[in-house]
Design a protein around this ligand. Sequence first.
Ligand code: SAM
Length: 185
Amino acid sequence: MLKTTELTHLLISHIIKEGSRVVDATAGNGYDTFFLSNLVGETGKVFSYDIQEVAINNTKLLNKNQTNIEYFLKSHEFIDQTNLDLVLFNLGFLPNGDKSITTVKESTINAISNLINSYEQNPNLHIFIVVYPGHANGQLESDTLLAFTKNLDKRLLVTTYIPHNQNNAPYLITINKKQKTASNN
Ligand code: SAM
């Protein structure tokens, strides 16, 4: 089976088209930004956020030939919400970096709440969250996220993709607005 990050990219590649405006909410070493940049093409845009300078620099280096990326050295709590199609959070700490600097439940929930409040202006927004419960802080973040997303407005669809018989494996949460159909409107 696919790893959670591979599954995440596969699902995103079915949703996001050339010309889309997307956010990498946790730039890290730039792999997700690179993937998104290729997907949205020359007519699209990627907005890449991280709180660590080293992460933004790594992301810039990996993406030095990509021309459709804007970088922001700031928390994903301050994402510019203009006309967005997708926001991807790949939580946790920077691989090969300082493991004490990690996403934390308070700012993660703030960022996701802000995005949910923007559904009026971004009705087609998809939120993807890759969660890592395998370290202490990640476990706390995971518990908080599962409780928070479980109680979201039923007009939103929250789906979890969880390796069912594994201990603390990375998993995916997606959030999107339900499309109106004859049966549910
Ligand atoms: N997407 C990355 C990639 O493809 O390499 C991996 C991301 S890494 C698992 C998580 C990143 O989240 C770290 O670089 C960390 O600095 C960043 N981060 C932590 N808190 C953040 C926040 N509040 N806003 C934005 N980035 C944050």
